[in-house]
Design a protein around this ligand. Structure first.
Ligand SMILES: Cc1cc2nc3c(=O)[nH]c(=O)nc-3n(C[C@H](O)[C@H](O)[C@H](O)COP(=O)(O)O)c2cc1C
Length: 394
């Protein structure tokens, strides 16, 4: 029987004080891909939000981002050179001041990095396919260029260590480059990086190998390494992979490497695939080799749901709830669970230090809708028509 306020110790010795994590969420606050005061204020306010806070997806390579952006000071963050380190030191320091662990999510955004074109770069993909929703040019990576990105994950890990983070999370979910390589829909290569399931796993495996190489050489012994994955990529007839394959991937990764955790990215933590009564946490959980722990995110928006999710996972991952209330873990630990804010309103927004870019994003994107979104709409003048959405359309 797991309780939300249990302490959890990862395999390499790091301990967190509740079974909660803050899911990685972009803050839309970068300027020239660097953190701004808005970014610092937001993370500074989240030192009590969860046992571990996973900082938003951060590009490891120049062409690994930015993805969505509709104004120059609303960019995705990056860590592809040493100039970015001072900014990340501020984030890590702010997050850790009350004992939380700070984890940095590392990404190459692949075909989603369309804003790179505006900045003079290119959009990189495993295979140059005529995706019907993409209206910008794509560059198919050569075998050698893929190795360069593998190494970028290593140098980014070193910079995360130098910035004072307690861990890194490899972003293998949500249709970014790692998932694109694993997906038979997006990867039709015929080389070391694609051709069959085994080869489609190679990019994830080599990135993991490189990250662990750097961690073993430079990080403290209890440094945390996680892997985030979307359990399935099924969009109607377009099937990138199913849970049968992702179960094999998490099995391989947690067998060959000492991952501290595997993090499932879903919209609904109770969801099941079409061919099983079991949910994704149960199915992928069978693949994950202990002592790696399992996290799941997706619709865990009340204390009852947090407790329910703990039937199948070790740690609950909370996204939007921590945007509304950045003191969830503190309130759980101090017996104030009934005082957790569950909607955006004048009182909660005053305390939550959302970045202006996040307010615009949340107020303009139905997909992210949360209780009280109408109140957020009163705080921004940005209208939906001005906003470039996730897939590049208006
Ligand atoms: C504003 C926003 C930004 C997000 N950015 C990221 C991100 O940077 N990396 C990531 O892996 N997932 C990202 N996600 C997905 C969340 O991590 C989480 O999986 C999702 O919101 C479901 O959890 P929830 O229902 O608790 O919000 C984002 C979600 C939101 C709402």
């Amino acid at each position: 029987m797991r309780n939300l306020t249990d302490k959890v110790t990862f395999r390499h010795g790091a301990t967190i004080s509740t079974r909660t994590a803050q899911s990685p969420m972009l803050t839309n606050s970068g300027l020239d891909e660097k953190i701004t005061q808005d970014t610092v204020d937001y993370y500074n306010m989240r030192s009590q939000s969860a046992g571990m806070v996973i900082v938003e997806y951060t590009s490891v390579s120049p062409n690994g981002g930015p993805s969505r952006s509709w104004a120059p000071n609303r960019e995705q963050l990056a860590i592809y050179n040493d100039n970015f380190v001072p900014g990340f030191k501020k984030i890590a320091e702010g997050l850790k001041k009350d004992g939380n662990k700070a984890i940095l999510q590392l990404v190459h955004s692949g075909r989603e990095a369309q804003y790179r074109i505006t900045l003079g770069g290119r959009v990189e993909v495993p295979s140059k396919i005529d995706f019907p929703w993409i209206d910008y040019p794509l560059h198919e990576l050569t075998e050698e260029e893929v190795w360069d990105i593998v190494h970028d994950f290593g140098t980014a890990t070193k910079r995360a260590i130098d910035s004072g983070f307690d861990g890194v999370e490899i972003h293998g979910a949500n249709h970014y480059l790692l998932q694109e390589f694993f997906s038979s829909f997006s990867n039709v290569r015929n080389d070391f990086w694609g051709g069959n399931l085994e080869k489609r796993m190679n990019f994830a495996i080599e990135v993991a190998r490189e990250v662990f190489r750097v961690v073993e050489e430079y990080a403290p012994k209890d440094f945390i390494v996680g892997y985030r994955i979307s359990p399935e990529e099924v969009h109607g007839d377009n099937i990138g992979y199913t849970w049968h394959e992702s179960q094999q991937l998490v099995n391989k990764l947690s067998t060959d490497f000492e991952f501290d955790y595997v993090h499932l990215s879903t919209n609904d933590y109770t969801a099941t695939p079409i061919d099983s009564d079991k949910n994704y946490a149960q199915l992928l959980g069978k693949g994950v080799q202990k002592p790696a722990l399992i996290l799941i995110a997706g619709g865990i928006h009340t204390v009852e749901k947090m407790e329910d999710a703990l039937n199948d996972v070790d740690i609950v991952s909370l996204g939007r709830p921590t945007l509304i209330d950045p003191q969830i873990a503190y309130k759980l630990k101090t017996g104030q669970a009934d005082k957790i804010f569950l909607e955006f309103n004048e009182e909660s927004v005053k305390k939550s230090h959302l970045t202006p870019g996040l307010i615009e994003l949340l107020a303009n994107t139905d997909y992210f809708a949360m209780p009280g979104i109408e109140y957020l709409k009163t705080l921004t003048n940005t209208k939906l028509d001005d906003v470039v959405t996730h897939d590049g359309t208006k």
